[in-house]
Ligand binder design. Structure first.
Ligand code: IMP
Length: 236
């Protein structure tokens, strides 16, 4: 299976490797596109973003596609494996995303394990299990804050969200894009909008947390918006 790794974020127009062979980014033609996510909210958001480009989004759930295990060690790797599996199984181009929060003073944690930090028993060394079940972002935020509080006073509370998007075709070609938004973590969390770590994240240059902003304001500056802008500029 041929794999062409190139993110627009890395500088478009070349594929790294011997000789830096120039290669055009593959364009996405109007037609069906599988959204390789089982998260209905995400599928809806992506459908809206793609509406102007003659794309007919199809959800992975409606095709009964399985959710692959996210075994990658980076956001891009996980987005790629989700998109590639969906393209392979459906015979159609497929788009997947993978996202999370990276805290500078925690060496980039929770990173690709952002969702797992909300599990009562995340199975991650250094994260104590608690009683209870399911995902709880209050718990995830508290774990992040506890880790920061355990560091020397004055430790930076800088963090960023990352969103990797991978667009795969059935022949194994992949294009990927990585978006990012920088900010600071506050405590206690503020606001009840958004999801995940939004209430404890204040984006750079702003006063309100993502949890306090209206969704349109967040979507105009988020890591996901950044990645989508790159994708749209490159493949349409
Ligand atoms: P996934 O890519 O759907 O697996 O999301 C990973 C996790 O990262 C989510 O469950 C959230 O914990 C976190 N995350 C990703 N994007 C955002 C965001 O925009 N706001 C808050 N948390 C986010």
């Amino acid at each position: 299976m041929r794999r062409d790794f190139r993110g627009a974020a890395e500088g478009s127009g070349t594929v790294s490797g011997e000789g830096e062979v120039p290669q055009a980014i593959r364009k996405l033609q109007p037609g069906k596109l599988v959204i390789a996510s089982h998260n209905e909210g995400k599928v809806r958001e992506i459908r809206d973003l793609l509406a102007p480009y003659g794309i007919e989004p199809i959800s992975a759930a409606s095709l009964d596609l399985p959710e692959p295990e996210e075994t990658g060690t980076t956001f891009v790797a996980n987005a790629e494996l989700k998109a590639m599996q969906a393209a392979d199984l459906s015979g159609l181009p497929a788009l997947a995303d993978d996202s999370g929060l990276c805290v500078e003073a925690l060496g980039g944690d929770p990173g690709i394990f952002s969702a797992r930090w909300g599990l009562a028993d995340p199975g991650i060394a250094g994260l104590e299990p608690v009683t209870g079940e399911g995902r709880d972002f209050d718990l995830a935020m508290r774990r992040v804050n506890d880790k920061l509080e355990a560091l020397p006073e004055g430790t930076s509370r800088a963090a960023h969200f990352v969103c990797a998007l991978a667009l795969a075709w059935p022949d194994g070609h992949v294009e990927w894009f990585e978006g990012r938004v920088d900010g600071t973590l506050i405590w206690p969390p503020r606001g009840d909008r958004g999801f995940g770590y939004d209430p404890m994240f204040v984006p750079e240059g702003h006063e309100r947390s993502f949890g306090e902003m209206n969704p349109a304001a967040k979507h105009a500056m988020s890591h996901r918006a950044d990645a989508f802008a790159q994708l749209v500029a490159a493949v349409f």
